[in-house]
Design a protein around this ligand. Structure first.
Ligand code: NZQ
Length: 389
């Protein structure tokens, strides 16, 4: 395994009823002013807003609101939130939502106190956070990104057409409340997209050096099998609490840094999807679903031993009468079949991309990951986009 240092500062409270039971007490550790941040309004329709609001009111908080955080949050929205934090002297920023709300709030927690140009100094390139961001708490309402337990924040700069993520440990939430029952109201498409996002995170770590036997790959295989099983169960029965709770924790496990320990990691597929998102605002999990099979077909031979292992250990493909190459490709096709089975898109057209979309310009804007088995070029990225079109 490669060397590593591990720390995760987020306290996790997981389970049915956790907001009612713990939010009041958790928020009492901070000053009186809370900024309650959320997205387009799903929390007002499913009762989550009322539960959160009551807990904060019972704790005697002054509640200010930051609403309308959009999927694929923009840098402009980050600056809007930062202004609210400063104007209301906010002591605790409470993100109630999915990856978009959580990511936006992490960037807000920095922007509210940083004096310089946050984008230039921390998102255009990695920076050093030598100041204290505003304390952050989270209530997760849709699972998939794992943002609740890391410092990662993926932000879209619309003016520059760049969607990029940075992981600053100082942006880890102080606490995260995860009630799987909150995810029952998530629309089927978003539930599946979030589940696939989790699978993608695991694969992006698994398909990278080192490939000698290691703890991370063993955990990754168990998690991938779990996500596949639990997605099937949650699709069959939308109210399956066991499946929803597993999916929620699998998402956290995939991105709470534990799996990355000792691994180089790849994330080339994420970088391709992020730039498609920057230009077209497509759904993140669905974009990943379209790209993964084409990307893996391209790099399969370069990582043939690992893809063959994936076929056997994750998809239970029998080894008899198959060369290692055939086995490896069968694993990739099993992944492609699963994407169809769970009803995610398989072409860029289904994501709303048209002949007018500047695919070559997008391909050229994609950062090239050093950890990929295939070491892509921008021409390769364009070839993947064209194959998926
Ligand atoms: O905005 P509202 O009305 O709340 O609706 C949301 C949104 O439309 C809805 N939703 C959330 N909880 C719900 C619900 N609808 C009904 N009932 C509920 N309980 O779901 C929709 C999608 O929400 P969003 O937060 O955008 O989804 P997700 O969690 O997939 O987050 C995606 C964002 O996270 C970034 C992605 O790039 C994207 O911007 N990522 C963040 C990562 C990280 N921080 O580690 C890693 C990921 O790879 C990813 O890049």
């Amino acid at each position: 395994m490669n060397n590593f240092i591990f720390e995760n500062a987020t306290k996790v409270i997981f389970g049915k009823g956790c907001v009612k039971e713990y939010l009041r007490c958790l928020s009492s550790h901070y000053g009186p002013n809370v900024l309650l941040a959320y997205g387009g309004g799903s929390i007002k329709r499913n009762g989550v807003y009322d539960e959160v609001y009551k807990a904060l009111r019972d704790a005697g908080k002054n509640i200010f609101e930051f609403s309308g955080i959009m999927p694929n949050p923009t840098y402009a929205k980050v600056l809007e939130g930062a202004k609210l934090v400063r104007e209301n002297q906010v002591d605790l920023l409470l993100a109630v939502g999915g990856g978009s709300v959580m990511d936006c709030c992490k960037a807000v927690s920095m922007a509210a106190v940083y004096q310089g140009d946050l984008w230039a100094d921390f998102w255009a390139r990695p920076g050093v956070v030598d100041f204290e961001p505003v304390p952050l708490g989270m209530v997760v309402t849709v699972s998939g990104t794992g943002s609740e337990c890391n410092g990662g924040a993926v932000i879209t700069n619309e003016a520059l057409k760049i969607k990029t993520g940075r992981d600053y440990p100082k942006c880890n939430a102080r606490f995260t409340l995860m009630d799987p029952a909150y995810t029952f109201s998530v629309p089927a498409f978003q539930m599946v997209s979030g589940g696939f996002e989790t699978l993608s995170h695991i694969m992006e770590i698994y398909f990278s050096a080192p490939d000698k036997e290691n703890v991370s790959d063993d955990i990754a295989e168990a998690l991938m099998r779990g996500v596949i099983r639990d997605l099937r169960a949650a699709i069959a029965n939308r109210k399956d609490y066991a499946a929803r709770s597993n999916l929620m924790w699998e998402a956290t496990m995939a991105e709470n840094r534990i799996l990355k320990l000792g691994k180089q990691t790849d994330f080339q597929c994420h970088m391709m999807e992020h730039q498609l998102g920057a230009y077209t605002n497509c759904n993140h999990g669905a974009g990943l679903a379209v790209l993964h099979p084409a990307y893996y077909r391209m790099i399969c031979n370069a990582g043939v031993k690992k893809f063959a292992r994936f076929a056997v250990r994750v998809w239970d493909i029998p080894t008899e009468n198959k060369s290692r190459e055939e086995l490896a490709h069968a694993g990739v096709e099993a992944l492609a079949d699963f994407i169809k089975e769970i009803g995610l898109p398989v072409t860029l057209r289904e994501l709303g991309i048209t002949e007018e979309t500047p695919l070559e310009e997008i391909a050229n804007s994609v950062p090239l990951a050093p950890g990929s088995y295939g070491k892509l070029t921008h021409k390769d990225v364009l070839a993947i986009f064209r194959e998926c079109f």
